[in-house]
Design a protein around this ligand. Structure first.
Ligand SMILES: *Cc1c(COP(=O)(O)O)cnc(C)c1O
Length: 354
């Protein structure tokens, strides 16, 4: 990595690493010694700061607290079996971040700040990447509006940050999913394709209702007819019907374009499946379940990679699956894991070394 941007770096005098056990460390609860912080002021990005992980001092009138201009990303870095540090497809996340920024009327983050910031920060905190099977370093870039004024309008000031969180295996047990017909996640013309904070605040209530009924997650339906499949919680969703893979398409802008989704599609087509990115009605899902052609259903996302769905409930109709007999979804996960830990060749150029 060639560094072309000036970084202002202050290292911690008290690393927390010696006091932190990385073995089976829970997702998203522990953070490394350093963070990246860059302010946007007077129309330009200021010098990026890498400094000890610490609280921010923020004015209560800060725009983001009131009108929610906030976006984020989720990326993972891995240590390969021979100790190299590699990040999975970070340019895809960088591009998606700036798409989210545009939709939320926030400034574009330049590539050198996002990518070199990521590289510099991870290099400093690389000892925090667990050298253990199925462990990774979760990378959380985010941006907030920071004008100190109450009034609905785009901010003049923004703050871009990256924080890092070591994480252990994400034991995604096969999930029980409830088809949600009342509440919706995204509407055409809305912000469903953006990783904008407000999308996540809005799904907590319906998800909690489904949890009360004993489900792990909801399957979102389209906002107009409540009939077409969208996403499963905060994961993209895949259906294997016969020798065809069906996953909702992206044209309407109501679905988050997952990096794991794109990677799964590539692997599935290499495995010889027909791929159909199109709208899929819940009636078609039920019909394929009834005639026995519905083979596997799974979700994709950075945290879990591939999450199997063992039960799908629509109103009072339950579709149940014996996931222990599934071949394809586990094979995708195994192929992705092998590329990430360096035991299989990275033929797609997905891994970014620092
Ligand atoms: C982040 C996210 C995904 C998965 O995207 P990846 O890039 O695969 O991690 C899917 N759906 C929603 C709503 C998300 O926020």
């Amino acid at each position: 990595m060639v560094v072309t941007t000036d970084f202002n770096i202050t290292l911690t005098k008290h690393s927390k690493l010696a006091d932190t056990s990385l073995q089976n460390i829970p997702f998203g609860k522990f953070f490394t010694d350093h963070m990246l912080e860059v302010d946007f002021e007077n129309g330009e990005w200021q010098t990026p700061q890498i400094k000890p992980y610490q609280p921010l001092q923020l004015n209560p009138s800060l725009a983001v607290f009131h009108y929610g201009q906030a976006i984020f990303e989720g990326i993972k870095a891995y240590k390969t079996i021979d100790g190299k540090v590699q990040i999975f497809r970070p340019y895809d996340n960088f591009n998606r971040f700036n798409l989210s920024a545009e939709r939320m009327q926030m400034p574009q983050v330049p590539e050198e700040i996002f990518m070199q910031g990521l590289g510099q920060l991870i290099n400093i905190d690389k000892d925090w990447i667990p050298n253990l099977e199925n462990h990774a370093l979760y990378i959380r870039p985010f941006m907030i509006s920071t004008d100190e004024a109450v009034g609905v309008r785009p901010s003049d000031k923004y703050k871009f940050m990256i924080i890092l969180s070591p994480t252990g295996p994400y034991y995604a047990n096969p999930m029980r999913i409830y088809v949600e017909e009342k509440y919706v996640r995204a509407v055409p013309g809305g912000i469903g394709f953006a990783k904008a904070a407000g999308n996540y605040g809005a799904v907590l209530y319906p998800s909690a209702q489904a949890n009360k009924m004993g489900f792990d997650q909801v399957l979102w339906m389209d906002a107009i007819e409540h009939k077409y499949v969208q996403e499963c919680g905060t994961m993209n969703i895949f259906f294997i019907i016969g020798n065809t893979v069906v996953t909702p398409g992206l044209e309407e802008g109501t679905i988050l374009e997952g990096v794991t989704r794109a990677s799964a599609l590539t692997i599935l087509s290499e495995m010889g499946f027909e791929i159909e990115e199109r709208s899929l009605s819940i009636d078609e899902v039920i019909a394929s379940y009834k005639d026995g052609t519905l083979k596997e259903i799974f979700g994709t996302g950075t945290a879990a990679t591939i999450a199997l769905i063992k039960e799908l409930t629509y109103r009072d109709y339950e579709m149940k699956f014996d996931v222990t007999s599934w071949i394809t979804a586990p094979a995708i996960k195994q192929k992705m894991d092998a590329i990430k830990n360096g035991t299989a060749p990275d033929t797609h150029g997905w891994m970014y070394s620092i």
